[in-house]
Ligand binder design. Sequence first.
Ligand code: 2RA
Length: 383
Amino acid sequence: MPAPWANPFFLQRHPWPGIRGRIAARRNDSVASLRKAAKVPIPAAKWPVLTMNPPHVAIVGATGAVGEEMRLCLEQRNFPVGKLTLLASARSVGKRCPFRGEEIAVQELTHDSFAGVDIALFSAGGSISLEFGPTAAAAGAVVIDNSSAFRMDPDVPLVVPEINPQAAKNPPRGIIANPNCTTIISLMALAPLHDAFGLEAVIASSYQAVSGSGAQGIRELEEQVKAITAGLPFTPKVYPRQIAFNVIPQVDVFTDNGYTKEEMKMRNEGRKILGLPTLKVSCTCVRVPVYRSHSVSITAQFARPVDADAARAAYAGRPGIQVVDDPAARVFPVPLDTTGKDACLVGRIRRNLVLDNALDLWVVGDQIRKGAALNAVQIAELL
Ligand code: 2RA
């Protein structure tokens, strides 16, 4: 029998109990206990109760770059994992991955994979999320999905925990979406400024690492560098043009308005996360021959006057974003500074010389970590 919270009418009648309440309720699987859990949320101080029964976490797409980083983040952040199930396509079955001193065998993803799973972290592409995400939610898991499949669904919260954690609290479909990497990194820099000065418009250009295209992007860059330095011919496969010693002003496919999907994600997802449905955004997303960490050059216009010092002050005490900005000493963030790190770094903050109440800035973040895996695990920490 499906879990009671898999029924949408149940969720309409009862407040979302959170993963802690759901786990508590699962102990005897009765509607009455779930209702009790919903009415009397278990306070954080009672977490030790759940160390007896911490959540069963599944990673879908466990052998991909983001899936592997999710496993790393769960371990490094000491997330209270009761059981970890690693799921992937049939060709990865049997591969063993380390987790907390043990080796976990990868299993094939099927519609029966989610029995007993409390939290399912998906990073296997949009079509897998569309096919298996609702199955996982119906089986009682909270799905945290890294694909773009559900991001603009009004019933699916789109969450950056440092910016809109409250949105994660009541996911009507049992699915929470992780935003696009470039969106997350840009918003980490923009949200503190929005809170202080009122964001009105954004013009941005991204400098996106090849690992944003997965292992094949890294391979393509490496192979092209080798071929070019050896004077050998090659044919671009992953990217429309040569990526080695070059930059390509196309990330994802073009849409009818001349912008790419990646550029439209920046606008549409940014609006949803910030709760600014009419925010003006125009982007150019560019692939660069960098292994890891995306950078974004941003011009942002605000409702209220702003200058560089006021902007730097607005970042004080904000988690996940650090100011690295001392131009006189040639101090500014570069992709190598954030690779493998949690925090996004912002620098080159200056008053824009063209627009009123506007700043230029440069933000860098590890797109596999804060732009994907870490953000997903932070969402799981909110539940
Ligand atoms: C990229 N935004 O860099 C993608 C990864 N999600 O291509």
